[in-house]
Design a protein around this ligand. Sequence first.
Ligand code: FRU
Length: 352
Amino acid sequence: MRNSFISILMFTAILFMGCKQAEPKYIIGVSQCSEDIWRDWQNAEMRMEANFHEGVELRFTAAHDDSELQSSQIDSLVESGINLLIVAPNQLSSVSPAIDRAYDKGIPVIVFERKTDSRKYSAFVSADNYEMGHLMGEYIATQLGGKGQIMEVKGLKGSSPAEERYNGFHVALAAYPDIKVVAELQGDWTEPTAYQAVKNWKGDMNSIDLVFGHNDRSAIGARKAFEERGAKLPMFCGIDALPGPDGGIQQVRDSLLDASYIYPTHGDQLLQLALDILDGKEYPRETLFTSALVTRDNATVLLLESDEVVRQAHNLIKLQKKAASYLEQLSTQRIISLLALVLLALLALILV
Ligand code: FRU
């Protein structure tokens, strides 16, 4: 009798151990160079995609534009036991050693959106930043009628999109000798730095016809400095054109910006690529996303469309939360049924 009792208790313990949450199949580390609405958007897309696949755990870090911090975050992610690393390196060269260390340990690496100067990665995913700068240059030249003075607020020094956008922009403008870039101000992708850089500029603000910010936040920061100075407002163009409130599309529609360029986030595709690599499927080593210009002419339509996408995404999140709570209820019911079974068995034993 005593032995049977102990057996039933052991059986129950084993059953409960079986109810414990399953270990993730894949742990994916995501090392973001910064934290801002562009990256929040992308992380949300990755999380949503991860919910469609069983056993995928995502571990995010954000380095707040600090290459040293990002390097140590990458080392910690590797130490924590990730199976794959997705990384947007803050600068071209300073984060490369940490990425190389991860790769040399046999961890597949997807470099996305910003480049590293090393070849040690499994796949690279981005939009074409040179092309973006070039197209922006051509668009701006047309808007200015081939003549005018430009102020440029550059992205973070040493980060690949800043260099490529700059090169593309200047190559395009070289065809227009009457357009001069009279101010090249150093920004770092953030609004406050752009605002401060424009505020500190000693030139004549009223002589500027157009400000090109390497991203929308820089263009908006520059605009605030012009407004504060009470100067004649030039045109403002940026890059990112995010959907949603305070995103670039809305800023173009509301005439805070004259144009922007969609810098695609595609977090879902990034995660799918990670899973393909982990599953040993074939995958492209380089992926370049295509993109489009947002102007006053198409901003309203694009905003309507993107609002719809945001709405659907929220619905999807609600659905996923509901499914998760049903699953939880199911597992609680399973535990209760098991308990009842054990009790019945004990009762039967006592009766016998
Ligand atoms: C987001 C961001 C974007 C910019 C891109 C450049 O962190 O600053 O605004 O387009 O990174 O890498």
